[in-house]
Design a binder for this molecule. Structure first.
Ligand code: NDP
Ligand code: N5H
Length: 257
């Protein structure tokens, strides 16, 4: 017997698939496995063909739409067209972040005003922009998740301005949960342990962070994108129906240390 909840005929929007290593791709595969109808969004035209070939691996045919989250009009028209093509929205997985690589090493205060604004815009404000645009189209019991990291709760070397962005994102989750709760919409975050993705590539001391977690975390191992995705499925489906405004750590327990 399958442990999966059934999401047949329910529409979920997954934002932030860069390639097959993306956490968002693991989430998409898990939702697809559960029978969901998927809308996958990508940042710009140049990512379209890569996403098309990934999407061909899914059981159900997905709808692919371009959505650069720095552009309010693009977000609005994306959600209008999701509604036109796929009806009401049962859930959204927001798995998007960006900061200038130059600001992800060295001294925190060496960043510029522009680097700070861009990181906060793409990595934190975009969640609210997306939820706002989806508001008219949410199903009665819809659910939204985003991805965060421990570096927003405490200092992690080199995470720098992304730490401030994740703190803003975590706080946005609480304010959105409170505002949208009366409309039946839940909003939660998953704090993932380090996972080797394109974003993680070439940044800071990624390997030493992986090995520190392996040595010290209660489970003494790293986590996979699939483990993040199954917690995502719990939050996005009826299984998580009583949970909102929460940050669930999927990090082998490292955050308790
Ligand atoms: P990926 O590089 O696979 O995903 C990052 C995504 O952000 C890409 O798909 C990228 O799209 C998207 N993005 C960046 N700028 C924009 C924009 N302007 N508009 C739309 N999309 C944009 O990395 P991950 O899967 O690791 O990252 C997903 C989330 O998980 C992020 O929020 C990250 O902070 C978080 N996280 C990751 C951890 C890890 O160790 N990997 C740990 C904890 C949290 P495109 O490629 O099309 O530009
Ligand atoms: C403490 C760490 C390691 C050091 C900090 C890493 C921070 C990474 C997050 C940001 C989002 C990475 C980023 O923006 C990279 C870009 O500057 C360059 N890459 C790109 O443009 C690629 C092509 C695209 C696909 O990437 C994006 N983001 O658009 C944190 C790690 C242990 C955990 C981690 C990696 C956390 C996280 O938030 O991702």
């Amino acid at each position: 017997m399958s442990i999966y909840p059934t999401l047949t005929n329910k529409t979920y929007v997954v934002m932030g698939i860069a390639n097959k290593r993306s956490i968002a791709w693991a989430i998409a595969k898990t939702l697809d496995e559960a029978g969901a109808k998927l809308v996958l969004t990508y940042a710009a035209e140049r990512f379209k063909s890569g996403l098309e070939s990934l999407a061909s691996e899914l059981k159900q045919e997905a709808i692919l739409l371009e959505c650069d989250v720095t552009n309010d009009e693009a977000i609005d028209s994306t959600f209008r067209s999701i509604h036109e093509q796929a009806g009401e929205i049962q859930g959204i997985a927001h798995s998007i972040a960006f900061a200038d690589k130059e600001a992800l090493r060295g001294e925190f205060s060496e960043m510029t005003r522009g680097q700070f604004a861009q990181a906060l815009d793409i990595s934190a404000y975009s969640l609210t922009a997306v939820v706002k645009a989806a508001k008219p189209y949410f199903a009665q019991d819809a659910s939204v998740i985003t991805l965060t990291y421990l570096g927003g709760e405490r200092v992690v070397p080199n995470y720098n301005l992304m730490g401030v962005a994740k703190a803003a994102l975590d706080s946005s989750v609480k304010y959105l949960a409170n505002e949208y709760g009366p409309h039946g919409v839940r909003v939660n975050a998953i704090s993932a342990g380090p996972i080797r993705t394109l974003s993680a590539k070439g940044v800071g001391d990624f390997n030493s962070i992986l090995s520190e977690l392996e040595q010290k975390a209660p489970l003494r191992r790293n986590v996979s994108a699939e483990e993040v995705a199954s917690t995502g499925l719990f939050l996005l489906s009826g299984m998580g129906s009583g949970v909102t405004g929460e940050v669930i750590h999927v990090d082998s327990g490292y955050h308790i240390l």
